[in-house]
Design a protein around this ligand. Structure first.
Ligand code: HEM
Length: 365
């Protein structure tokens, strides 16, 4: 038997390596700037957390990449995604620490850093690509900016990850394999469509009879309702849906979208609770990344104003535009459009509810 050697705290964590990795540029030029240490440590902390996020996302990808995803592994997938969102909250909160550095403090060392920039954070790009944001989803200017600034070996690693299947694609395929877009012997989507018609008819009556609305507002609200009707029609019509996809209004396939809508509508059934939690956690990942991007953009505006970034972009303006654009799971947000009130959702026949239910209890005698 191998005898276990005593482990020393600092050796195990390789602290000498980590704690001696804060070499300031300002010192090299003989003008040490106090705040550069904070600047380095905060970036290093981010990169460590990005590493942990990738570790979690890679494992989620491995599980979901199996030909068959066993239901017993769904809670592992969900708890790892939830761990990612917990880390993301720390990433958002850390911006406050960065903001203790003022513009003048930053100006003491900023010029020494050119052209290094967050553009060159390979791990940030790997997280994006693993989630599902790939080169063809990016703005031309964005691709040009960071591709020209990455080292060749980093570009190759990014391309490798972009060529792998993303979590978005795996979740889409998983939703497509679920049996909820078509039920044998029961026209669920016909029933859903009738429920939607009934709901919109009620809304139309409320708008038409609302005494507070003047004619112009009434006309506008009725027009909005027509648009809502069209959106519902698109969900259920394969041709209209593929037009939507062609125009980039949606990324998910129609089959996957229908499964997701079904899961959101009937999430109270035990069989659907875990898929619902996973989709909801992915929404949370997307929301937290968007919040981080926005907080980072605002911090950049506070520290740089309208100056360009060290990576050469327009700074705040560029970052603001990525906030809305780079969203891997936007379709799951927009899914809310297709939800109807609980009391209007079609009642499912017994042969379907039996498949969705698990009986934990028996009647008290
Ligand atoms: C004083 C603090 C900071 C300033 C002034 C700043 C500024 C900027 C600017 C101007 C850009 C746009 C690219 C460019 O032209 O350089 C950028 C991008 C970026 N920064 Fe920061 N940043 C700061 C702190 C941080 C921190 C702490 C992180 C954490 C890792 C970070 C991560 C990133 C990332 C990932 C991008 C690329 C974003 C994208 O292209 O979507 N930045 N930053």
């Amino acid at each position: 038997m191998k005898i276990q050697k005593p482990v020393y705290y600092g050796d195990y964590l390789q602290l000498p390596k980590i704690l001696n990795a804060q070499a300031t540029e300002s010192e090299k030029y003989g003008k040490p700037a106090h705040d550069e240490t904070l600047f380095i440590i905060i970036h290093q902390t981010y990169e460590l957390w990005f590493k942990q996020i990738l570790h979690e996302l890679d494992s989620v990808r491995d599980i979901m990449q199996q030909a068959f995803v066993p239901s017993t592994e769904l809670s592992v997938i969900n708890s790892r995604i939830e761990r990612v969102t917990t880390i993301q909250q720390i990433l958002i909160d850390q911006i406050q620490v960065m903001e203790t550095m003022t513009t003048l403090d930053f100006m003491e060392f900023r010029d020494y850093l050119v052209p290094a920039s967050g553009f060159q954070s390979l791990q940030f790009r790997l997280v994006e690509a693993t989630l599902g944001i790939k080169a063809h989803h990016r703005m031309e200017v964005e691709k040009r900016f960071f591709n020209s600034r990455l080292k060749d070996e980093d570009k190759t690693r990014l391309e490798d990850t972009e060529n792998k299947i993303s979590i978005f694609e795996l979740v889409e395929a998983w939703l497509e394999r679920m049996p909820f877009s078509h039920f044998e012997g029961y026209d669920f989507w016909g029933q859903y469509s009738s429920a939607v018609d009934k709901m919109l008819k009620q809304d139309r009556e409320i708008i038409s009879q609302n005494p507070i609305l003047d004619e112009k507002s009434r006309e506008m609200e009725l027009k909005n309702l027509d648009m809502t009707q069209e959106t519902f029609n698109t969900l259920l019509d394969a041709r209209l849906f593929s037009e939507w996809k062609g125009e980039g209004k949606v990324r998910l396939s129609q089959k996957a979208m229908l499964s997701a809508v079904f899961i959101f509508l009937y999430r109270d059934y035990p069989a659907l609770q875990m898929p619902f939690r996973i989709l909801n956690s992915l929404v949370e990942v997307d929301e937290k990344f968007t919040t981080w991007r926005y907080r980072h953009a605002i911090m950049v505006q506070r520290i740089l104003g309208t100056k360009i970034g060290t990576g050469g972009s327009s700074g705040h303006e560029y970052l603001k535009s990525t906030t809305e654009r780079n969203r891997a799971f936007l379709d799951f947000f927009n899914l809310a459009t297709f939800l109807i009130p609980k009391n209007m959702t079609p009642k499912l026949p017994k042969n379907i509810t039996e498949q969705l239910d698990i009986v934990y209890d028996s009647f008290r005698s």
